[in-house]
Design a protein around this ligand. Sequence first.
Ligand code: FSX
Ligand code: SF4
Ligand code: F3S
Length: 370
Amino acid sequence: MKEETTLRGVSRRDFMKACVTVTAMMGLPFEMAAKVAEAAERADNRPAVIWLHFQECTGCSESLLRSSHPTIATLILDQISLDYHETLMIGSGAQAEKSLHDSMKANRGKYILVVEGAIPTRDFGIYCKISGKTAMESLKHAAEGAAAIIPIGSCASYGGIQAAEPNPTGAVGVRDLIKDKPIINIPGCPPSPYNFLSTVMYYLTFKKLPELDSLGRPKFAYGRRIHEHCERRPHFDAGRFAKEYGDKGHAEGYCLYQLGCKGPATYANCSVQRFNDVGVWPVAAGHPCIGCTEPEILFRKPIAEKVQIHEPTPFDAYPPVDQEKGKGPEPLTTGILGIAAGSALGAGGMFARNLKQGELKEDADHEKTE
Ligand code: FSX
Ligand code: SF4
Ligand code: F3S
C-alpha cells in the first residue's frame, strides 16, 4: 500500500519521526510532538527566510542538504519560505538582488535572517563584497527588517576560522556587529542540521525564541558537554586511552582524550543526536572532538592539545566497561577516577590538583611521556 505523503517526498511516518526527534531535542515531553507536527503542517506558518553568505566554506548549507536521507533537508525547506540563498537559488546577478530586496520589503519586520559565514571588518570591510556592497553593509541592511537573526555555523556565530590569529581581515561574528535584534547562534563547523531545524520548529510552534546560554546558543541543543554522553566515556572512566592514531586502543574504541579530544570542554549534542541520519559523529569515526561549537577552542587550541578539565562530569548513557551488572562505583566517582587516570597516563605533568567543593582542577603541560 502506498504510504501517505504529508510533505513533499516525506512519508507520514518519517515526518512524525522527525517531529518526535525534534521535540525530544528541545527537551519537551513526547506528547508535545503532536503540537510540533501541527505547527509544521500549517500552510500559513512559513516564515520568510533570507540567507546571506559571507566568509565561509558553505559547509553549513552542505551539512543541511547532504543528509543521507532527504527528511531533514526537505522538512527544513518546507517549513520556511527560502526567499534568498545565493548557492541554492536559480537566479543570479540583478535577478537575485531583486529577490532579496523584494522579500526584505514585503516581509519587513517578519523575516528570519540566516547568516552563514564571518564578516570582515578591517579596511572598511572590503574583503568580502557582494553586488558592490561589503558584507558589513549587507548584514546591517538585512538585519534592520529582520524579526530575528540565526547565525548558522561557528563562522557567523564567532568569526570561525577566518577570525583565527592573525585574523587578517578582521573577521567577526554577527553578535559583534548587530546589537538590537534577537540573535540565536547555531555554532558548529558545520553545525548539526537538526539544531537548525529544532530552532526553527521551536519558533514556529511557540512563537518565541528558545532559552539561550551566555554565548547565544539554544540551551536545549548546547546545554550539555559531549563528554557526558560519549560512547567512549566508559573507557575514559576506566583509564583506557588511544595513544596514537591507529594503535590498538584507537581501533578498539578507547577514549581519545590523549589525542586531544575537546569533548570534556565542549557544549554540543553531537554524541546524542549525531549527524546525517546514519549515526556518525567525529568521535565515533575515531577523530577527537575539536570543540567546533566553542569560540575559545575552535582554531584557537591545537587539535592535539589536551583541554583542562575543570569539573568532573558524570556520564549517564553507557555502563562502565568493566562493571558487572548492578555493581560498581557511582558515575561521578568513576568520572573523577577517569580524570585522574587520564592525567597520570596521558600528560606527564598533568595531575589532579585541587579537589574541593566538588571541583577538580587540572594543570596541563604537554610533555610527551612515551
Ligand atoms: Fe564556517 Fe559554514 Fe565551518 Fe564551513 O559555511 S562553520 S567554515 S564548516 O560551513 O561557515
Ligand atoms: Fe569521548 Fe572525548 Fe570524553 Fe574521551 S574525552 S570520553 S573520546 S568526549
Ligand atoms: Fe564539533 Fe566536537 Fe561535535 S568537533 S561536530 S562539537 S564532536
